[in-house]
Design a protein around this ligand. Sequence first.
Ligand SMILES: Nc1ncnc2c1ncn2[C@@H]1O[C@H](COP(=O)(O)OP(=O)(O)OP(=O)(O)O)[C@@H](O)[C@H]1O
Ligand SMILES: [Mg+2]
Length: 449
Amino acid sequence: MTTKPKLLLVEDDQSLGALLALELRRSGYDVEFVKTGEDALQRLSATLYDAVLTDLRLGGMDGIQVLQEAKRAQPETEVLVLTGHGSIDTAVQAMKHGAFDYMTKPVQPEELMMSLQKALEHRRLLGEVRRLREEVKGKYSFEGIVYSSPEMSRVLELVRKVASTDATVLIQGESGTGKELIARALHENSVRRSGTFVAVNCGALPEGLLESELFGHVKGSFTGADRNKRGLFEEASGGTLLLDEISETTPNLQVKLLRALQESEVRRVGDNHPIKVATRVVAATNKDLAALVKAGKFREDLYYRLKVFPIDLPSLRERRSDILPLAEHFLRKARKKMAAKAARLSTEAAAALHAYDWPGNVRELEHAVERALIMASSPTVELADLPPEVQAAAPAPTSKKGHPPLDELEKRHILEVVKASGGNQAVAAKRLGIGRNTLWRKLKKYGAA
Ligand SMILES: Nc1ncnc2c1ncn2[C@@H]1O[C@H](COP(=O)(O)OP(=O)(O)OP(=O)(O)O)[C@@H](O)[C@H]1O
Ligand SMILES: [Mg+2]
């Protein structure tokens, strides 16, 4: 370790605390010494520590609370507790709450240093084990993500690459392409998976509410703020925060987001004191952010800060080889949910699903399959069970005679030209480049002569 390990020392006895701090600094630790549980919590929200050393009996809030808060805010930080003589019960309780070790006062410096070293070694090993486990697992799990297209495997390759970093990711794609699914996969495949994944829809709340949701607020900062509240940035500290529909944020909020990203700290509404956060941010949008920047509707600096690592999700019609695997997947899923009988797609139904353009992408496909299952009266989902717009995309059936679709095209074209020529067949024939007799014969065949 090149930098000094950072320690938070919580001890209400000034002289004992000062003495311990001195010893610890001599042994190479970077020590912050506070005397109350309240101060400890404040420090824990502002700085990341390698270890916390806390007395169990403090005036006011006790050491167990400090321990719990430390474990919640910084799960990887090791906590050691000091107990007075005769409070073994509380020491046991502390161990149950995840303390690494306890020592009874008067504490011997050697014993303390030894225990601290062990704690830091433990922390280092845990990190190592986790890293090795990931290596052994070798591959990433993309559970629930169905695909077979090269486009999607490229996307997942990007997810793999960026998952292990803390880079901010911008996921762009049409509505229903699976942006949230990808954001979750990113979280699940990162070292942050033990932390919290929080998704917030920036388009669903008015500015003021969104700000207090994201950054929290202090009691009395606005009417209705009857207590202090942590924001989602803090909730997701150590985890991942998905800012969905990022394009819907106001310029004022964009400034605050930029600052939070740049400084890795937030300020609760009504409070100027910064709180350190270790939140990985993923933003998602179905709008063209670059165009919004050009139009002056989205801050350029925030845009560049967000798109450190862009992932573009192709629309479903740009990766048609995913359509049928997805349809089968949703069919199985819906069958379970509805205890329905239909088990397979007819050839015609499959062809229509494959041909349709899916403006609502995967979500629209999911709904179409669910609907079809409700409609289906036999074990096979037929073309007629699909939504009308999907049926309309079905490739025209080929007749035995040859090329009716071509005939059909020719007929439409000829009738259009005749109409555009004001019904004048001579003009129409000229435009079509055919003889008048030929035109007349064709019109007769179409029943239009
Ligand atoms: N590759 C996939 N495999 C399985 N399910 C998928 C896949 N892609 C999307 N889905 C499902 O489709 C639905 C829509 O996906 P999601 O909510 O992630 O889309 P989105 O891009 O966030 O949409 P919006 O822009 O409307 O918010 C979800 O139910 C999701 O689970
Ligand atoms: Mg979404």
